[in-house]
Design a binder for this molecule. Structure first.
Ligand SMILES: NC(=O)c1ccc[n+]([C@@H]2O[C@H](COP(=O)([O-])OP(=O)(O)OC[C@H]3O[C@@H](n4cnc5c(N)ncnc54)[C@H](OP(=O)(O)O)[C@@H]3O)[C@@H](O)[C@H]2O)c1
Length: 281
């Protein structure tokens, strides 16, 4: 299978490396294509501008770009206009991939009362950037190609040490009242993309990409403090985070036969603390 990964950064590169390991061909598209590892076919291009010609013989496409800043205009340029450009480029190339997988986010759900969320929950984002993601998803649903939207929870993993650094520095707070956090290790997110593209015969339109344990954020920071041997973070008022307060279900992904290497934050952060893996530039 030949897979085009558009916006090939940390997650895209890890996905590509796994596809290469499984014997597939990978084309990585990004502005700084020289950063892609050997084995990738490199395609330099800006998703917000006219793209270089896309390969005509791609069997699948992964869109995994992330804008450098959290502004509506940056989101629109990368997610909406970028996806539109890729879909248009595929059509102009005469390509007919079996699947286009768009990496989205659980930010499309505006849920903030701690209730459960799954693929059937209506998307009512409570941020302007979340609304752009919904528009981009819609673009894919309306495209004449088989599309899958993969809504990821907060990615953590090698080199993503913000929460660890906060705990280590004594700057983390255990929110009171408690707030849920939903997470996925970078490697599980990458492996799930490979799984959906290459092992699932007829993937659904939407999957949530989240591990098996929505968890009280306070529990996570207390556990991390214990692992790091620093005092437990104090309780404190929660600063509203982008994640809102929800609990994401992964039943649909599990039903495809996917197995998590890091089912909860404990296994995942233990691997991060052991220094396993690298963040791809
Ligand atoms: N971080 C999270 O917690 C989280 C949560 C939910 C969903 N996600 C989603 O996960 C996906 C992957 O995230 P990641 O962590 O792998 O991000 P990342 O490491 O920042 O990679 C994103 C890549 O997009 C490329 N890119 C950005 N603007 C571009 C443009 N105009 N044209 C071409 N390429 C462009 C960048 O490469 P160049 O600079 O070389 O162009 C970058 O390598 C994204 O879709 C993100 O929305 C992330």
């Amino acid at each position: 299978m030949k897979v085009l990964i558009a916006g090939c950064g940390d997650l895209g590169t890890e996905t590509g490396l796994r596809l290469l390991r499984d014997g597939h061909d990978v084309v990585g598209l990004r502005r700084r294509a020289e950063r892609l590892p050997s084995g990738f076919e490199r395609l330099a291009g800006d998703l917000g501008d006219a793209l270089p010609p896309l390969p005509h013989d791609v069997d699948a496409v992964v869109f995994a770009a992330a804008p450098g800043q959290r502004s509506v205009s940056a989101y629109r340029r990368v997610y909406h206009d970028g996806l539109a450009g890729v879909l248009d480029g595929l059509q102009r190339a005469g390509a007919s991939p079996q699947r286009v997988l768009f990496v989205s986010s659980t930010a499309v759900y505006g849920v903030d009362d701690g209730s459960w969320v799954d693929e059937t929950t209506p998307t009512r984002p409570n941020s302007d950037t979340g609304r752009v993601l919904v528009e981009a998803e819609q673009l894919l649903f309306e495209a004449p190609l088989p599309g899958t939207v993969f809504r990821l929870a907060g990615i953590y993993g090698p080199g993503r040490t913000r929460l660890l650094d906060q705990v280590r520095a004594g700057e983390a707070v255990a929110p009171q009242p408690p707030v849920h956090t939903n997470r996925i290790h970078r490697d599980d997110a990458a492996e799930a993309i490979v799984h959906l593209l290459t092992r699932v015969a007829d993937p659904a339109e939407v999957y949530l990409g989240v591990d098996e344990a929505p968890v009280d954020r306070g529990e996570v920071v207390r556990w991390l403090a214990d692992q790091l041997g620093v005092p437990p973070p104090p309780e404190g008022a929660h600063q509203r985070s982008r994640g809102g307060d929800k609990r994401c279900r992964n039943d649909r992904l599990l039903a495809t036969g996917f197995a998590f290497a890091y089912p909860t934050y404990r296994e995942g952060y233990a691997a991060v603390l052991r220094g396993e893996g690298v963040r791809h530039p």
